[in-house]
Design a binder for this molecule. Structure first.
Ligand code: 5GP
Length: 110
């Protein structure tokens, strides 16, 4: 099923894009919960983490490494940051196209 993130990938709707390569796109969250709040999404639609399989292993790793790279570039790596993926309603997932939240620039409680 198509989501708003597919429309961001295809440029049907605008987003503040931070980074793009063949596998992933990263853009600013429209409702940021931290001074730095990026979403890192695969170009390939995978609805939830439950739908990922071993074929996605490298892609999931690439998403994590992209988060670390973008945290460094945003200047929040040394202070620290949070990387989060929500899954299904109890996990707080709203958009059913997997994404990492990269949040930094403020302290988070445990
Ligand atoms: P989830 O709750 O699914 O883990 O997170 C979805 C995130 O997508 C939310 O933080 C929300 O603010 C963000 N979001 C939803 N729609 C849009 C949009 O159209 N553009 C951007 N940049 N972010 C969006």
């Amino acid at each position: 099923m198509s989501t708003i993130f597919d429309k961001i990938i295809s440029r049907e709707i605008p987003a503040d894009i931070i980074y793009e390569d063949e596998q992933v796109l990263a853009f600013k969250d429209i409702a940021p919960k931290a001074p730095v709040h990026y979403l890192i999404i695969p170009k390939q639609p995978i609805a939830t983490l439950n739908d990922a399989n071993p074929e996605h292993q490298a892609l999931l790793g690439h998403m994590m490494l992209t988060a670390a790279k973008l945290a460094k570039e945003a200047g929040v790596a040394e202070g620290g940051y949070r990387v989060q993926m929500n899954c299904n309603p109890d996990g707080g997932q709203v958009v059913y196209h997997i994404h990492l939240h990269l949040m930094g620039g403020r302290a988070f409680c445990a």
